[in-house]
Ligand binder design. Structure first.
Ligand SMILES: NC(=O)c1ccc[n+]([C@@H]2O[C@H](COP(=O)([O-])OP(=O)(O)OC[C@H]3O[C@@H](n4cnc5c(N)ncnc54)[C@H](O)[C@@H]3O)[C@@H](O)[C@H]2O)c1
Ligand SMILES: O=c1ccn([C@@H]2O[C@H](COP(=O)(O)OP(=O)(O)O[C@H]3O[C@H](CO)[C@@H](O)[C@H](O)[C@H]3O)[C@@H](O)[C@H]2O)c(=O)[nH]1
Length: 436
């Protein structure tokens, strides 16, 4: 099938490449001239495990194309995916200007029937708005479908190729058939395509992200309680996670959820609720807990250094909002850097993939280490903000030999508390017995 993907960010690039992988002819359109040039020349513009191989193959075999020209990009396409940004507007609600801007243009250039798909995360009612924006100028028939994307950064290719489910929101039989054919190769493993109306599909995406964020904030509060009551959150997590009704996943406490999705989507659902005069109390609490959790380690750090961080130097391992990505949007590490430098400390940082992105945002506020152990030079303590595998089994002798003090503040609970005690570290983590 000939398809077009508008927007070549995370979702656009991964879905475009994966659609090509199953034999579709895919054209990706982006307004970023530089990005299109790089992609056309075979350069993958995001760090995503497994993407490069698929990308190179499909580019070489002629199933992937890139252009900045929307009209050229949609010619002959049966389906047009909109994988455009929906960032928070000033009041926190989703900014639909990218989507509606492209919808308006599409209305003027459609020459035959097409299915236009909202792949971006958009509030309930957006399919109607997109339909209206296209219909204003369109002289041909078209359908607008809501097909939210559930991929996770870091495992995006696998999530796309073998999704837990595909949600397709449409009231058009014609569009339903086309979308069903397109997704058939991805759901052969027995995972379902779930058809529904457009509004339910739109809400499904926000409900999924908000529910997962709720699980995380809930566990972060349980971790706080564990420290206060003398319980161990690892035990509690295992104790509740083995109940199928609760499930083992997304129960890991830490220094808060970040990324380009949870923070903005929870906020957008709260805003959508307000628009229909509903106060979504649980989600307000979820956001509130998360804001505080990002700085969970700070009181511990202040306390250890007698409330004075002036002149102290910290090593910070992990900058990306989670492992296996170079994405630093809403990364807890950035909040820690801010607080530490505000308190008069200096910070040296290391991340396996996100260093360049952080340089772009933080500049010379911190120093950038070439590798994880160089980062420890002259540091009064090590702080861990992202659970990259390479941090999980470090050379503790090298850490002890390089840090000024054997002190670690771990925001991701990477190490066994008892082992750290044996090794002679002052070790503080999140919600565990010896963490007090
Ligand atoms: N990042 C994720 O893991 C993820 C997962 C699921 C859903 N989503 C949702 O998907 C949407 C896109 O997210 P993303 O992270 O891929 O965004 P992104 O910011 O990484 O990329 C968006 C791309 O759109 C391009 N663009 C902007 N205006 C354009 C226009 N008028 N024409 C063509 N291209 C244009 C930008 O240049 C950029 O390359 C958002 O709604 C997001 O919430 C994201
Ligand atoms: O037990 C956990 C699990 C995750 N996190 C944090 O939660 C955030 C989000 O993690 P994850 O969901 O793995 O990453 P994303 O790539 O942001 O993916 C989420 O957001 C995407 C965009 O909407 C959705 O498509 C995905 O289904 C949804 O998982 C990260 O900061 C994690 O550190 C925790 O603190 N504890």
């Amino acid at each position: 099938m000939k398809i077009t993907v508008v927007g070549t960010g995370y979702v656009g690039l991964v879905s475009g490449t994966c659609f090509a992988e199953t034999g579709n002819n895919v054209t990706c359109v982006d307004i970023d001239v530089n990005k299109v040039k790089k992609l056309s020349n075979g350069e993958v513009t995001i760090y995503e495990p497994g993407l490069e191989k698929l990308f190179e193959r499909n580019l070489k075999e002629g199933r992937l194309h890139f252009t900045t020209d929307l009209e050229e990009g949609i010619a002959d396409a049966k389906v047009i995916f909109l994988a455009l940004p929906t960032p928070p507007g000033e009041d926190g609600s989703a900014d639909l200007s990218y989507i509606l801007g492209v919808a308006d243009k599409l209305g003027k250039i459609l020459k035959d029937y097409k299915v236009i798909v909202d792949k971006s995360t958009v509030p309930v009612g957006t399919a109607e708005k997109v339909t209206a924006a296209i219909a204003k100028h369109a002289k041909v028939e078209f359908d607008v479908v809501s097909n939210p994307e559930f991929l996770r950064e870091g495992v995006a290719v696998e999530d796309f190729m073998k999704p837990d489910r595909v949600v397709i929101g449409t009231s058009s039989e014609r569009a339903r058939k086309i979308m069903g054919d397109l997704y058939a190769p991805y759901v052969r493993q027995g995972n379902p395509v779930i058809y529904m109306d457009e509004k339910s599909a739109e809400l499904t995406k926000y409900a999924a992200n908000s529910f997962l964020a709720t699980k995380i904030s809930f566990m972060n509060e349980i971790a706080i309680l564990c420290e206060k009551l003398g319980a161990d959150v690892d035990m509690v997590r295992r104790g509740i996670g083995s109940d199928d009704r609760i499930g083992k996943r997304f129960l890991f406490p830490g220094i808060g959820y970040g990324g380009s999705c949870f923070p903005k989507d929870v906020q957008a659902l709260v805003k959508s609720s307000e628009e229909v005069a509903y106060d979504f109390r649980i989600l307000n609490a979820v956001m509130d807990v998360n804001e505080k959790q990002k700085l969970f380690l700070m009181p511990k750090i202040f306390n250890y250094f007698n409330n004075d961080l002036k002149g102290k130097h910290f090593a910070l391992w992990g900058l990306a909002f989670k492992p296996n990505t170079d994405d630093i949007r809403e990364a807890p590490a950035l909040y820690l850097i801010d607080e530490l430098t505000k308190a008069g400390a200096t910070v040296s940082v290391f991340d396996p993939e996100a260093m360049n992105n952080v340089k772009g945002v933080v500049g010379d506020k911190v120093t950038y280490a070439e590798h994880q152990y160089e980062c420890l030079d002259n540091a009064d303590a090590l702080i861990i903000a992202t659970e990259w595998s390479v941090f999980r089994t470090p050379d503790f002798d090298q850490i002890s030999g390089t840090l000024k003090n054997k002190v670690i503040f771990d925001g991701r609970n990477l190490f066994e508390v008892s082992r750290m005690k044996e090794l002679g570290f002052h070790y503080e983590s999140v919600g565990r017995l010896a963490a007090k």
